[in-house]
Ligand binder design. Structure first.
Ligand code: BGC
Length: 779
């Protein structure tokens, strides 16, 4: 189909293209042969509403496979798996005739309280960026588009449509934007969805710095910016900033505003042409890609993939041996409790086993094609007796007699079994898009129930269902814990697979599980007040915070056990010709069962000139190993990921010198450390009277001159230390002294004053020398 060029459209037609026709459709321009296209949620399944539209997931939608939400899938740390799930999502999108799937969501988990954390991947930008790019690649390989969201610094639900995320430049660039940058540069999503919130006082939907300078000029984004649903504040300002398509429909109101602004001269028509042109480009891509996947949907195949993905999402937090010959462990007495023997007598306890929580509330709610329950799937795999007790009720009001009778029933079931498998979790109402949590606690009746069960039978496994992390006050007392997150429609089967060892768990935490809410980085600055939230923890988000503060945590970032064990050897690192750092390590499966290890690479910079976290993740790989197998794993740390954002030059700078490379099984399980020396980027700041003596001394031209002058000045004295009180480091003191005020020093000395003219001359000479080509390496 040939679509018109933007020059062939009238002013009104162009304006009409820049907002939706309805909740999910863009506007057609029938006269010119421009069709409407459909976009819809996302991210972990297709939510194509049959009629009408809402962004709360209320209206009925066509059945689609509900894959694990990002909180689960991200725990796989597996690019290949995420891409495969993306391909399946893309196929379902194509089969249903939808042009763009609204996802992935890659916002950073700044606080565990954010009600929408289940839709996001990690507290770390490299995990978010790498897996986000894999998802975009997968979906877009099927001729449909994605919408990378929510751009940017949208890290809470509270007051989300007005709140200003007040973030300093370094954390904004290094933490909150870095993942978006990675996805845009590596995968070119067809669209980016700007968020509701403001950033440092400016609405994301009308921020030219964000939507044009950063996104397009710096990162090279070629697609279209769409607003989050209802995120438009001032439509004309938004258009000027680079916000191309407003969704959903404005009922024509904002189209008329755009036309009026062009007519009264306050909006240049060329700005509208660019936005309308981008909508036409999107429609063109969509029509070219349409029909790439022929239906009908293979429901069974996608359900099987959902089960595989869910199995890979589960994180084995803990797996201790328990006493007693009949503990129910497959490997017998003295072995870790999991996996369970298939013929063990099992008491399944907890409402979630029967009524799974498998996705979060809000715009991402999928109408699944099928829904497994853990109880049925455990029964399907078990060879022994499986009893079930509800244990607790997730209802808001539960009469106390019911609490007691449910608990007694559970205790009786646990007492009669070899092992109790207790399903605990967050009731759906406690976390959702649109509002945040008040605490990170599991409901007290569930904790009480667990205590009672543990007393009756210490051979207890806890399986968790939660979208945001929860405190685990029982972690020391329970031998085995599976973090089951929200696992999508096949999570029940996947849980059974892991419990019995048909799947060896390989998930690892993409977010820290803290001991207490009070320990978390944003505790004192969340959710802010009067529509401002100060990102006071700066760079120290997630593990960066706990490590810098040396705080104990329940389970660290990157942690996750397996039913086998892995050893690491021969770690090495070298700098390649293009400046990337290549890390190699030999990983061996030392156990007797096939498994997967997620190898992690962290870097740190000793004696850095800028503030740095203790260590930061830079690369990772998921490696499958047969028992006894060794593989050399190669990981690339991109040079650009070593860079910090330098506020003096408003740019990325790689500091030169030694970097420590930690090869690790988690952020707190470092298996090997090696180091490399990296060439730094040149940073030459113009000299001024306000430059410190230290800065002048490190200047390539002015430095040697000043050094000589200082030496000469000192020659008449017994060194500057002679005139300073004992023990004071005079040189250190001088380093931060602005050169423009050096005259003060010199005047007190008999060698004569340093005149302002001499200083200005020095500055001019230094700046001119640099302009003529001299450079100073940084670091
Ligand atoms: C959400 C988006 C979603 C949109 C459409 C908004 O409320 O923030 O993530 O894509 O609604 O449902």
């Amino acid at each position: 189909m040939t679509l018109p060029d933007v020059t062939q459209l009238t002013l009104e037609e162009k304006a009409s293209l820049t907002s939706g026709a309805s909740f999910w459709y863009t506007k057609p321009v029938e006269r010119a042969g421009v069709p409407a296209i459909m976009v819809t949620d996302g991210p972990h399944g297709l939510r194509k509403q049959r009629e009408g539209g809402d962004h709360l997931g209320i209206g009925d939608s066509v059945p689609a496979t509900c894959f694990p939400p990002a909180v689960g899938l991200g725990s796989s740390w597996d690019v290949e798996l995420v891409e495969r799930v993306g391909e399946a999502l893309g196929a379902e999108t194509s089969i249903e005739g939808v042009a763009v799937l609204l996802g992935p969501g890659i916002n950073i988990k700044r606080s565990p309280l954010c009600g929408r954390n289940f839709e996001y991947l990690s507290e770390d930008p490299i995990v978010s960026g790498v897996l986000g790019a894999a998802m975009v690649h997968g979906v877009q390989s099927k001729g449909v588009g994605t919408s990378l969201k929510h751009f940017a610094a949208n890290n809470q639900e509270d007051d989300r449509m007005r709140s200003s995320s007040d973030v300093d430049p370094r954390p904004l660039r290094e933490i909150y934007l870095r993942g978006f940058q990675r996805v845009v540069e590596d995968a070119q999503p067809w669209t980016v969805m700007c968020s509701y919130n403001r950033i440092n006082g400016v609405y994301a939907s009308e921020d030219p710095w964000l939507l044009t300078r950063v996104l397009r000029d710096e990162w090279g984004f070629e697609g279209l910016v769409v607003s989050d649903w209802g995120a438009v504040n001032d439509r004309v300002l938004g258009l000027k900033a680079g916000m191309d398509l407003e969704m959903p429909s404005s009922g024509g109101v904002t189209d008329a505003q755009i036309v009026a602004a062009v007519q009264d001269g306050s909006l240049d028509e060329s700005v509208l042409d660019v936005a309308a042109g981008r909508v036409l480009d999107l429609v063109r891509k969509a029509t070219e890609g349409a029909g790439a996947v022929a239906g009908p949907l293979d429901v069974d195949a996608h359900h099987a993939l959902a089960r595989e993905a869910a199995g890979r999402s589960i994180v084995l937090l803990k797996n201790d041996p328990v006493s007693g010959a009949d503990a129910g462990a497959e490997a017998g007495a003295g072995a870790p409790l999991l996996p369970l023997a298939k013929d063990a007598r099992i008491a399944v306890i907890g409402e979630f086993a029967e009524k799974p929580r498998y996705q979060g509330a809000g715009s991402s709610m999928i109408n699944p094609t099928r829904l497994d329950t853990a109880l049925d799937e455990i029964r399907a795999l078990a060879a022994g007796e499986v009893a079930y007790a509800r244990g607790f009720s997730n209802a808001v009001e539960v009469p106390s007699e019911e609490v007691v009778s449910l608990r007694e029933e559970a205790v009786a079931a646990a007492s009669a079994a070899d092992v109790a498998v207790v399903f605990l979790g967050l009731p759906a109402r406690l976390e959702s898009e649109g509002y945040d949590r008040d605490d990170i606690d599991l409901p007290a009746p569930q904790l009480d129930l667990l205590d009672a069960v543990l007393e009756a039978n210490p051979n207890t496994v806890v399986v968790l269902s939660n979208g945001g992390v929860v405190a685990l006050p029982f972690a020391d007392r329970v031998p085995a814990i599976l973090e089951g997150w929200l696992l999508g429609q096949a999570g029940g089967g996947a849980t059974a697979d892991v419990l019995f060892g048909d799947v060896n768990p390989s998930g690892k935490l993409t977010e820290t599980i803290p001991l207490r809410l009070e320990d978390t980085p944003a505790f004192l600055d969340f959710p802010g007040e009067f529509s401002h939230v100060r990102y006071g923890e700066g760079l120290f988000v997630g593990y960066r915070w706990y490590d810098a503060r040396r705080l104990p945590v329940a389970f660290p970032f990157g942690h996750g056990l397996s039913y086998t064990e892995f050893s690491y050897a021969d770690a090495a690192a070298s700098v390649t010709a293009n400046g990337d750092v290549l890390v190699t390590v030999a990983v061996t499966n030392t156990g007797d069962r096939a498994g997967r290890e997620v190898v992690q690479v962290y870097t740190s910079k000793p004696n850095s000139a800028v503030q740095r976290p203790v260590r930061e993740l830079k690369a990772f790989a998921s490696v499958a190993l047969e028992p006894g197998e060794t593989r050399e794993v190669t990981l690339t740390v991109r040079r650009k990921d070593l860079a910090y954002w330098d506020i003096r030059v408003d740019g990325w700078i790689v500091e030169g010198g030694e970097y420590v490379i930690d090869v690790a099984a988690s952020s707190r399980d470092i298996r090997a450390s090696v180091s490399v020396t990296v060439d730094g980027d040149a940073v030459v700041l113009p000299l001024s009277r306000n430059s410190s003596i230290g800065e002048v001394l490190s200047h390539p031209i002015a430095g040697p001159v000043v050094q000589a002058a200082i030496e000469q000045m000192m020659s008449g004295m017994d060194g500057v230390d002679a005139i300073m009180p004992e023990g004071v480091d005079a040189t250190k003191m001088m380093m931060s002294f602005p050169i423009g005020r050096a005259g003060m020093f010199a005047a007190a000395d008999s060698n004569g004053a340093v005149s302002p003219e001499m200083i200005d001359g020095l500055i001019a000479m230094g700046n001119a020398g640099v302009a003529a080509g001299a450079e100073a390496p940084q670091g």
